[in-house]
Design a protein around this ligand. Structure first.
Ligand SMILES: Nc1ncnc2c1ncn2[C@@H]1O[C@H](COP(=O)(O)OP(=O)(O)OP(=O)(O)O)[C@@H](O)[C@H]1O
Ligand SMILES: [Mg+2]
Length: 296
């Protein structure tokens, strides 16, 4: 069988599996994928603290670490998890049983290690995983995905399926250039995406806005795409202190500049969720299924 025959066979299998999916859960959750071009720009810290900020507002939040192999969400909250998302994939462990509880009762699932496991999704594990994930999506108001830096082929289907994509950059030209490359990569997939940008580690609000303006103008000019400004987070010593202490900064210093900004960021990202969510035509699982099928 040549490569094209194999791909066609896989696609046929996936189509059949998609039809057979016993999905009965209605998606309630709004989904957000937090990404970056350059590594180390603050994705995990922002995602974790934003999850806590949303929870403070009485929302049911699930944080999923999809930085497989490099995930560190448990370290950031001084917790250890007995199960990871890899267990759902490889051990067929129910998703809801793989969720750990962090500080303030935050529900999260850690990334674990296992290269290429996500890539196997399309071949063997999809029906079980889809059913489990769709169950989780019916149980929470928000599901936040903390992704690895760059856009690996494992992560891309999840990013493209999310209702919103939050791109984190810093004001440094290198980070802005890498953010541009990530947006270009996403734009070239030809999908309609909702892309927002947050500028982290700013020295003042103006620096954040200036960095966003540079990035968005370049994106508009060369890619013809629009990205929205989600907000900025200041460079704040409390963040690295909190990382060392393994306590989320929002809990360590609720009134610190970084904490206030992350709360504003969460407000800006989720304020219109009720109306927008209803307009979504396809659910996260339907989109993920179609992206995985195309990849097969
Ligand atoms: N607003 C901030 N102020 C000061 N330091 C910060 C800030 N945001 C992030 N940092 C520093 O940057 C480090 C990296 O942050 P983080 O782990 O959240 O980045 P990341 O984008 O998730 O990295 P990776 O690409 O490796 O997943 C933190 O440990 C902290 O020291
Ligand atoms: Mg990270």
């Amino acid at each position: 069988m040549n490569r094209f025959d194999q791909a066609a066979t896989l696609r046929a299998k996936m189509k059949k599996r998609q039809r057979d999916l016993p999905i009965v859960f209605e998606q309630k959750a709004k989904t957000l994928a937090v990404i970056s071009g350059k590594g180390g720009v603050g994705k995990s810290n922002i995602t974790l603290n934003m999850a806590l900020a949303l929870q403070d507002k009485g929302k049911k939040v699930l944080l999923i670490d999809l930085d497989i192999g490099m995930g560190n969400i448990d370290i950031l909250m001084g917790n250890s998890s007995s199960a990871t998302i890899i267990d759902v994939l490889t051990e067929r462990k129910p998703f809801m049983q793989s969720i750990s509880t962090g500080p303030k009762g935050l529900r999260y699932i850690s990334g674990g290690t296992g290269l290429d496991v996500m890539f196997q999704l399309d071949q063997e594990k999809w029906p079980f995983f889809a059913n489990e994930l769709s169950h989780a999506l019916s149980q929470f108001d928000y599901v936040l995905f903390d992704m690895g830096a760059g856009l690996s082929k494992d992560q891309l289907p999840f990013i493209l399926s999310a209702e919103d994509i939050l791109i984190i950059t810093t004001p440094e030209p290198t980070a802005i250039m890498d953010a541009y490359s990530a947006v270009k990569h996403l734009a070239l997939t030809g999908n309609q995406l909702s892309m927002k940008v947050a500028v982290n580690r700013c020295r003042g609000q103006k620096e954040g806005l200036d960095a966003f303006t540079r990035l968005s103008r370049t994106i508009q000019m060369f890619l013809g795409e629009a990205v929205q400004f989600a907000g900025s987070v200041p460079d704040d010593v409390i963040v690295s202190e909190a990382v060392v202490e393994q306590v989320p900064f929002l809990l360590k210093s609720p009134q610190a500049k970084a904490s206030r900004s992350v709360r504003l960021l969460a407000d800006a990202l989720f304020e219109r969720e009720e109306t927008r969510h209803k307009e979504e035509k396809q659910t996260f699982i339907e989109k993920l299924s179609s992206f995985l099928m195309r990849r097969a």
